[in-house]
Design a protein around this ligand. Structure first.
Ligand code: C2E
Ligand code: CA
Ligand code: CA
Length: 337
């Protein structure tokens, strides 16, 4: 009930944290744990109660530790790019490679981006990581070009990174420095970010278009894009979200959506890539729908640059042999070894 004071009515709220003694702590730290539970209530808007949650507390401690280490990861040269090919749906020749970042933590080993990109975005570390990814991918593309491999390279761009003031200037400078033709560089931007109707997003897309880089709308199908909003983007490619590909042959709903995405994209003159293709059945269904390019473990997992070069240049087996012509047309094996 509000209390009437001279300055006006004041409503008091109460946030309560609960920790059980002795099961959740000792006499020394039980109040601290109850306070931690209370802070959780306050963070969620207050006026309620919460019990101390050991698992959540462990998760927060682990995130704090990861964040601390992540801030130094670029300087300590602990990040690495893996590359996963996209292949033409009919000829199976490589059309591009997508750069996927990995963190080689000195104690925890290889950490996948799902564990640290979100953290990096929340705490402003994504800027330095994103810049490093662009620089490293272009440097690698140049090395491949010097070896005779002309590879289109795709990089994932996070929303925070795209909204950085000097994002375009930095990208342009790196493309010039590494002599990467903009038309051979793809920015993969998720549908949810691409469809933000803010002035900053619209302007960044316009400038990307002017720069001449290729734009791909990633994880497509999960957002709420309208045809009109898709039409105004300078995108050249849509990537059907992995969830629909996984469910092909299992759910009619997924098949219906994938079909619709292909038809809509083609009506807008966009190329369609299906990601996460793991089985022959999925591949056959996507080909019959008219998908242009495919990506997934059925063809190749993400791998180190060196491995990709050797794997493409040598003859690692029957399955992979299918990739050779696309790379070989412009590749000298001797120089790759
Ligand atoms: P994404 O852009 O959707 O990348 C596709 C993810 O699916 C990759 O996971 C890839 O390894 C995995 N994948 C590919 N084919 C298959 C398959 O056939 N089956 C299965 N189960 N998985 C497959 P990864 O490398 O762990 O990356 C996860 C996400 O992290 C990416 O999703 C992307 O959103 C983000 N990410 C990765 N690298 C970067 C980066 O450099 N910058 C930013 N901002 N985000 C990145
Ligand atoms: Ca991607
Ligand atoms: Ca994706």
């Amino acid at each position: 009930m509000p209390i009437a004071l001279r300055v006006g009515k004041v409503r008091l709220t109460c946030s309560i944290g609960i920790a059980a003694y002795p099961s959740q702590g000792s006499r020394r730290n039980i109040v601290e744990k109850a306070s931690a539970a209370m802070r959780t209530v306050k963070l969620q808007g207050g006026d309620g109660f919460a019990e101390y949650d050991q698992q959540a507390a462990d998760g927060r401690r682990e995130s704090a530790r990861l964040l601390h280490d992540l801030r130094c990861a670029v300087e300590r040269d602990e990040l690495e790019l893996f590359y996963q090919p996209k292949v033409d749906a009919h000829t199976l020749q490589i059309t591009a490679v997508e750069a996927l970042v990995r963190w080689c933590h000195p104690q925890l080993g290889m950490i996948s981006p799902d564990r640290f990109i979100g953290l990096a975005e929340r705490y402003g570390v994504i800027q330095s990581i994103g810049r490093w990814v662009i620089e490293e991918a272009c440097r690698q593309a140049k090395t491949w070009r010097d070896q005779g491999l002309r590879m289109r390279i795709a990089v994932n761009i996070s929303g925070h990174q795209m909204h950085q003031d000097d994002f375009i200037e930095h990208l342009e400078a790196v493309l010039i420095r590494t002599q990467t033709p903009p038309s051979r560089f793809t920015c993969e931007i998720t549908e949810s970010i691409a469809m933000e109707d803010t002035l900053a997003t619209v302007q960044t897309f316009r400038r990307l278009g002017m720069l001449g880089v290729h734009v791909s709308i990633d994880d497509f199908g999960t957002g709420h894009s309208s045809l009109a909003s898709l039409k105004r983007l300078p995108a050249g490619e849509l990537k059907i979200d992995r969830a629909f590909v996984t469910d092909l042959g299992v759910s009619e709903h997924a098949e219906f959506i994938a079909n619709m995405i292909v038809e809509m994209a083609h009506a807008l003159n966009l190329k369609v890539v299906a990601e996460g293709v793991e089985t022959q059945k999925q591949r056959d269904m996507l080909v019959s729908m008219g998908c242009d390019e495919l990506q997934g473990y059925l063809f190749a997992k993400p791998m180190r640059a060196h491995d990709l070069g050797l794997w493409a240049a040598r003859d690692p087996g029957d399955a992979e042999q299918l990739f050779r012509p696309s790379l070989f047309s412009e590749t000298s094996v001797a120089r790759l070894e």
